[in-house]
Design a protein around this ligand. Structure first.
Ligand code: AMP
Ligand code: MG
Length: 357
């Protein structure tokens, strides 16, 4: 027995020096980024590496926040919006050019229901402000005149990293897209620090890697109308879960709430969807899709989901009725009684067709 002491001591010293715990355990840190709390959970035996990874993530997120902000400061996107308004091309970083190219692609696939070019309209509704907007909705004639400008991502042209717009009314707002894109990057960055079992969660929007010990990570999706969690779901390695909700930000006037998600066709906030949740390996796609499906509404969401190539979707309408794709139905567990659940027959048929091939 005695002879083992030096070995044990050596092991303890080694583990202390390398910052390793003997067994993996839960570690958690919170950052304030993108105007929201970013909660980072890891299951690791190396808390020192986790600390370094979180510090590095903090810097990355602060930079993304600064550079991709649509209306505050003097970051790349603010400069690009200014250049577009002046009719000038601007050379942007490869990161921003890549982000804009992806956003344009998803905008096309969503029939422009996800349309990050409507920054002026979003500003008109008062959502380019840190404070929740109040007062009556904007003057309909101004809404109409902004719609007449027909800003679209198709107005953007790329030559390498040079970006220009043929339409000066385009103003880019990546609020519906950048968070999902950034959460994917965060998971990659944690992996580079050796943290391969983690969840990065920004106010209910999250991406995950690895698993929680010998089980998958399990998360709850908030009920958009009531209290607590509507459903839980186990998330596999590399998956992201993004939700667009009309409860997240809104303008309130005379008892009416105007959601921060706008229908680019009418210029008015969406009315019939309380939330849309999408699961995908691509955080940016899930984010763009969740916004587009909120706009598409209970009647059109299935077509847009097929066009965007997302197959795991849950929509909750203004009455609390729930619409699901078959794939989503097979993996979520409701945590509350739901009066009406509609499983999409159209996607079911598509899935069956795929299986039958
Ligand atoms: P999300 O929570 O991902 O749906 O993003 C909502 C944010 O995206 C809003 O606060 C606006 O900044 C912006 N936005 C609103 N409506 C749209 C839309 N139809 N397409 C693209 N971005 C939008
Ligand atoms: Mg979104």
């Amino acid at each position: 027995m005695r002879g083992n002491y030096p070995k044990l001591l050596f092991l303890i010293v080694l583990m202390t020096l390398s910052g390793c715990d003997r067994n993996p355990s839960d570690h958690q840190q919170t950052l304030l980024v993108f105007g929201t709390l970013l909660d980072i959970k890891a299951y690791t035996d190396n808390p020192t590496e986790f600390d370094s990874a979180v510090r590095s993530l903090d810097l990355t997120f602060q930079e993304m926040h600064r550079e991709w902000h649509a209306w505050k400061g003097d970051g790349e996107l603010v400069r690009l919006n200014r250049a577009i308004a002046d009719g000038r091309p601007l050379e942007v970083s490869p990161d921003l050019a890549g982000l804009l190219r992806q956003a344009k692609h998803y905008s096309d696939k969503s029939d422009q229901l996800f349309n990050p070019a409507i920054g002026q309209l979003i500003g008109l509704w008062g959502f380019h402000s840190d404070e929740p907007p109040g007062g009556p909705p904007p003057d309909p004639t101004i809404i109409k005149s902004l719609l007449e400008g027909a800003p679209s991502m198709d107005d953007l042209h790329f030559k390498g990293d040079w970006v220009s717009s043929v339409n000066a009314t385009v103003s880019i707002d990546l609020g519906a897209f950048a968070k999902g894109y950034a959460l994917n990057l965060a998971i990659e960055q944690l992996k580079r620090f050796g943290i391969g079992h983690a969840i990065v969660n920004a106010g209910g929007d999250l991406c995950a890697s690895g698993q929680h010990g010998d089980r998958p990570w399990k998360i709850g999706i908030r009920h958009p109308l009531g209290e607590g969690v509507i459903a839980s779901v186990e998330v596999s390695d590399g998956e992201c879960v993004l939700t667009s909700g009309n409860y997240e930000r809104y303008r309130e006037y005379q008892g009416i709430r105007y959601a921060h998600i706008l229908d680019p066709r009418s210029g008015y906030p969406v009315e019939h969807v309380a939330s849309a949740t999408v699961i995908s390996q691509e955080g940016g796609l899930a984010d763009a899709a969740a916004t587009a499906l909120s706009v598409a509404g209970p009647k059109r969401w299935q077509d847009i989901a097929v066009q965007l190539g997302v197959s795991e979707v849950m929509l909750v309408d203004e009455n609390g009725d729930v619409y699901l794709t078959p794939k989503m139905q097979s993996r979520i567990k409701f945590q509350q009684k739901i009066d009406k659940v509609v499983v999409s027959p159209q996607l079911k048929t598509q899935n069956q067709a795929l299986k039958a091939r």
